[in-house]
Write a protein of this length. Structure first.
Length: 309
């Protein structure tokens, strides 16, 4: 007789390996079917019920449609669990507003979402999507956040999500021009209107390499509010900007953010999966980029406890 203690797991792993190609084929077929007819810019209703004007020539837009009206499912799960009505959230690098709209749903009409997008093309789409959904709680800012007030050079790329002050080797190949945009610190913006500062609980940062500068400009906000921070770490963009990963890790720890997790989404069947948080060392590169969640050792971590089970 076989060893029952090992036969079960071994058989399960073997079955998983056998099923994996079929699962991949089914996922590919479903994604391809969803893209049929997506040949021109049009309004698309997301799986969460809000509308977005999407362009088939833009990578992120196509991914939203192919995924059935959703994007970044792990981040979506975190937002739905951690953000509560009446709170204030911040979206840095808002793109066309998918995450801003998710946050607007979570905070409700009594909350606020401050959305920052310096690329004028993406900003226009962000404002249109905000207005289409009647999300008056979203306030949009056509500025780049950084470590000082002034103006910076922004390299515009064909794909809106790659626009950056520090284009990596992939983005550099599709730069179509460089413009000057206004730059401000988050702390200065919050000081201009103290009503923004009530209960800031969540900040999302996707800034294509400018994260270190943005952190320098939000030290007061971090000290006063201890928000959860969801941050994309784009290793190649950080290199392009001359930023050292070790120094950034030190910067986070000095600000009290000593807990760093990778957002991991496991898809069980097409459209259904679960999110886990995995402790990481952000100085260890994993491909081009990773999505992280940063926390302090305080009560804010209680909002995400279910993702550690």
């Amino acid at each position: 007789m076989g060893n029952p203690s090992s036969g079960g797991p071994i058989a399960a792993r073997a079955l998983n390996r056998a099923v994996r190609p079929l699962k991949a084929a089914v996922c590919h077929a479903i994604r391809s079917y969803r893209l049929v007819g997506f040949t021109s810019t049009k309004w698309v209703k997301t799986s969460d019920g809000f509308w977005m004007m999407l362009d088939p020539n833009q990578f992120i837009d196509r991914e939203i449609v192919a995924a059935g009206g959703t994007w970044e499912p792990a981040l979506r799960s975190i937002i739905k669990a951690a953000v509560k009505p009446g709170e204030v959230c911040i979206d840095v690098g808002a793109h066309k507003g998918y995450v801003s709209c998710l946050l607007a749903q979570a905070v409700g009409p009594t909350g606020r979402v401050l959305a920052f997008e310096p690329d004028p093309r993406a900003f226009e789409a962000l404002a249109v999507n905000r207005d289409r959904n009647g999300f008056e709680q979203i306030e949009v800012f056509p500025v780049a956040l950084g470590d000082k007030t002034g103006h910076i050079d922004l390299s515009l790329t064909q794909m809106l999500g790659n626009t950056s002050s520090f284009p990596n080797y992939l983005a550099a190949a599709e730069v179509i021009g460089v413009i000057k945009v206004e730059s401000k610190t988050l702390d200065s913006i919050l000081n201009e209107n103290l009503s923004y500062g009530k209960k800031i609980t969540f900040i999302k940062i996707d800034a294509e390499g400018a994260e270190s500068l943005i952190f320098d400009g939000m030290q007061d906000a971090l000290t006063q509010h201890s928000p959860l921070i969801a941050m994309e770490v784009n290793f190649e963009s950080l290199k392009a900007g001359g930023f050292d990963l070790g120094a950034i890790k030190h910067q986070l720890i000095n600000a009290g953010y000593s807990n760093h997790f990778e957002l991991v989404y496991k898809e069980v069947v097409p459209g259904v999966g679960f999110t886990k948080l995995r402790p990481i060392d952000i100085t260890q590169e994993r491909g081009l980029l990773i999505d992280t969640l940063l926390t302090r050792d305080d009560n804010s971590r209680l909002r995400i406890e279910s993702f550690f089970a």
